[in-house]
Design a protein around this ligand. Sequence first.
Ligand code: CTP
Length: 455
Amino acid sequence: MKKVITYGSFDLFHEGHYRLLKRAKALGDWLIVGVTTEHYDESRGKMNVIDSLMDRIENVRKTGFADEIIIEDHEGQKVEDIIKYGVDIFTVGSDWTGSFDYMKNYCEVVYLERTKDISSTMLRAKKYNIIRLGIIGTGRIAARMVPEVKYVSGINIDAVYNPHIESAESFAKHFEMNKYMDNLEEFYEEVDAVYIASPHETHYEYIKSAISHHKHVLCEKPMVLKRSQAEELFLMAEENKVILMEAIKTAYCPGFNQLLSIVRSGAIGNVRDVEACFTKLENPLSRELTDTVYGGSFTELGSYTLLPVLKILGENYQDLEFKSQTAANGLDIYTKAYFTYENAFATSKNGLGVKSEGQLIISGTRGYILVDAPWWKTSSFEVCREDRSQNEKYFSKFLKDGLRYEIGDFVSGINGFDEKRFKLTKGESIALADIMERFLAERNNIKENRGVSDD
Ligand code: CTP
């Protein structure tokens, strides 16, 4: 019996897929079809798969060509499968010509002529209009966003806004964009969604204005610094039927999500402690260390270190205490936030003027997970046990600046897919704003008592 194998995402099942499977089946007697998981697709940079794995499998099954359907979930699996199933022929479409020649050591490799003028990418673009994204604020992070958007299909940057027209213009010129403005009304006419990367304290007003113009919003962290503002904005987004998402890149990347799944599966037992540290020595003259109202290490880095705490232990902590070391201007150069939960502790440790090892450690009753710096760009972690020989290392891709993952989820959300894909929930964003508010209130009290002025 001649065994044939082929692989694909088979998203929005189309004629090209059908014809490929038909010809693959005709190459032998038994056809095995490998369908990719969402996680695997994400890790290889394919962010917009629309149909669920179950639907994609069902569509392959319905063709009647597959004798066996398997799931492809990791790099290197193809060779494993070929050996395991005793495969004679590996086949894929001609768009892959040459890419799988290394398989010739194991079986025959056949590239089948790709069907012209059809692909999942084309169908996704046709089904959903390309989202016109506008950028508000033209700082460092906005500059990092531009190249990342190019990796996500279904979205395009169309305009940039800055109240200072020269900044808008030089940003637009640098990235070869035609539309730049200092007038918000004109800007909103050109876009369906906005990415807000302006200074923290301006987020609230921009989000409010964008939502009231029915624009979807992806806003840099910390989204807002008050619980009531976060609550109000999420309600407003719901009423206006638009998506509001806080851009904490870690929350959307594949590695961090794999880590969360492993924690939830009970691999380290019950979680009793989460310790997250992020420090970055900043120039004392930087905005981060001179903006005496909104700067400081906690507002700057806290969104990252609070994320694993809230994701793993939840929003219902019993007690929260801040300890800070401050500069003469009253800004915290180092802050530790101590959480007490019913059965666990957590620490978020942040430094702009103090350097430490940036680790994430999640301790449980059966073991712990260690994620080395930069854990906020999760690309590997280790599940550690009492018996070290039982330790397991996991690896995942974190491509370039890793902003493409949040953009991918933003696009999915706008196109109405599966709200569960929101890897950072509304409740978690509100809890983050609440913690920031508590921190700032405490810092202001301390400053007032010490008589430090904001100027
Ligand atoms: N395929 C084909 N003809 C097409 C589209 C796809 O023969 N017009 C083949 C691919 O070469 C591959 C298989 O179908 O062997 C599954 O491809 P997949 O990547 O799932 O489909 P695409 O439409 O290429 O998806 P995307 O646009 O997301 O890359």
